[in-house]
Design a protein around this ligand. Structure first.
Ligand SMILES: Cc1cc2nc3c(=O)[nH]c(=O)nc-3n(C[C@H](O)[C@H](O)[C@H](O)COP(=O)(O)OP(=O)(O)OC[C@H]3O[C@@H](n4cnc5c(N)ncnc54)[C@H](O)[C@@H]3O)c2cc1C
Length: 419
């Protein structure tokens, strides 16, 4: 266990992607002492790889989104990770989900029209929800809602158009065979991380900032806060004096819900190639997205989100599995039930240190990301996926925000030294 000093130059709160990004950047500067304080007994936060059946399963982030612009792609390669570049067939999956090629083409055209409408609406003065752009009674409205629960963690009525269009998607998505979570474990190696050390209060009245933890009080010259917006909005981490702007901004950027169920698939599965993508239903938002035999593994990875995922979390793994088995049997016949068994599942909303999956902006709250990211008093810095202006909701957006916050903290220290 990392020793617990009484004082450091920079304290980083949270050892998720943002905290690891910040700590790595700070560690490059030999002149500052650093400590990362992490509530969990592991690093990675919402990026976490497990091996319930001898192959990696990412409980949280799995895809290197915008992989050709993602700084973690070259870092993973340098660290010896094997990058799988096969593009996911997210667009063409309807033909494998019981729809005709004509229906799939109609879906693709409808989806593109909706994306164009989002861009057009985003330049209007007043923000609106993605749902307000739906064609009333449109054939694919439920599927547009389902895809929003996967992409945003929330249905279309909850999501700001202005914020949505700021996300930069290059359209290139890669995976790491060893798991995205393993990459963050490797990136955290050698960093000073105090695990199982939740910070409950940050007192910045005096010249030294005081952080209250179960292991005692730590004094720090600078603090980088990377906890999820769910923790800030609920004031589970308190500031003294209070920071109402941060609390309000965090509430405008709630975490949506997305979860995963990992299923083992035994025997052969005729007609289904490795890395096949499916949706359970094209007419209900309460449906799962499936990766069958991902990376040629004997498994099915199921993904589901939104209000419905929150209720499935309460039913537990049994409820998730019986729903997935029912949808898969409807698509492939009842025999598939004999080939599948549950391996593991997630419940990110119930996770006390996440309380959700990734942030979206409520309509009218697109500017909250900048409010969240703004430093306070040139001593408190904020990072985390929700503070990223263009790569929010992702692991690389979080990582980059951590690096940016670390550079701002270093610049503020060097200003102080010059004074
Ligand atoms: C199901 C799912 C699928 C996803 N898929 C993808 C994907 O394919 N690609 C992608 O790029 N992203 C994906 N994401 C999103 C990505 O995982 C997150 O955006 C990113 O990991 C967030 O990193 P962070 O550092 O901002 O926050 P976190 O990872 O939440 O890190 C914050 C850390 O702070 C700690 N903490 C909280 N409170 C305290 C406290 N009081 N004191 C000390 N420590 C505290 C937490 O334990 C946590 O470790 C997915 C997420 C989920 C849940």
């Amino acid at each position: 266990m990392v020793g617990f000093p009484s004082e450091v130059d920079v304290a980083v709160i949270g050892a998720g992607a943002a905290g690891i990004g910040a700590a790595r950047r700070l560690a490059e500067s030999s002149s500052v002492s650093v400590l990362v304080l992490e509530a969990r007994d592991r690093v990675g936060g919402r990026v976490h790889t497990i091996e319930p059946a001898g192959f990696p399963c990412d409980r949280g982030a799995e895809w290197l989104h915008s992989a050709d612009r993602n700084p973690l792609s070259p870092i993973a390669q340098r660290k010896g990770f094997s990058v799988h570049r096969r593009p996911p067939e997210w667009v063409s999956r309807l033909r494998r989900s019981g729809e005709s090629l004509e229906a799939e083409a109609d879906w693709i055209a409808t989806r593109e029209a909706h994306l164009r409408a989002r861009k057009k609406a985003a330049v209007e003065k007043t923000d609106c929800s993605l749902a307000s752009l739906l064609v009333p009674g449109g054939r694919w409205n439920e599927l547009l809602n389902a895809t929003s629960t996967w992409g945003n963690g929330a249905e279309l009525d909850r999501v700001s158009v202005k914020d949505y269009v700021r996300y930069e998607d290059s359209g290139t998505n890669w995976r790491l065979r060893e798991g995205y979570g393993r990459l963050f474990e490797v990136l955290a190696e050698g960093l000073p991380v105090a695990r199982a050390t939740a910070v409950s209060r940050i007192d910045y009245h005096g010249p030294a900032i005081r952080l209250e933890t179960p292991r005692g009080t730590l004094k720090a010259g600078r603090v980088i806060v990377t906890v999820p917006t769910s923790i800030l909005a609920a004031e589970l981490l308190r500031f003294d004096p209070p920071l109402p702007d941060k609390t309000t901004a965090a509430a405008g950027l709630p975490l949506g819900v997305d979860d995963k169920l990992f299923i083992s698939l035994s025997g052969s599965f005729p007609g289904i190639d490795p890395d096949t993508f499916l949706v359970g239903s094209t007419t209900s938002r309460e449906t799962m997205s499936y990766q069958v035999r991902p990376l040629d593994r004997p498994a099915i990875y199921c993904f589901f989100g939104g209000r419905w995922a929150a209720s499935l979390e309460r039913e537990g793994e049994g409820g998730m599995f019986s729903f997935a088995a029912w949808e898969l049997a409807r698509l492939f016949g009842n025999d598939i039930r004999r080939q599948i068994t549950p391996l593991a599942s997630t419940a990110w909303l119930q996770d006390p240190w996440a309380r959700g999956s990734y942030s979206y902006a409520r309509p009218g709250h697109a500017e909250d990301r900048a409010v969240l990211a703004a430093p306070v008093d040139d001593r408190l810095f904020f990072a985390g996926e929700a503070s990223s202006p263009n790569f929010f909701s992702t692991a690389h957006g979080a990582y980059m925000s951590g690096v940016t916050a670390a550079e701002a903290a270093l610049a503020s220290i060097s200003r102080l030294t010059r004074e």
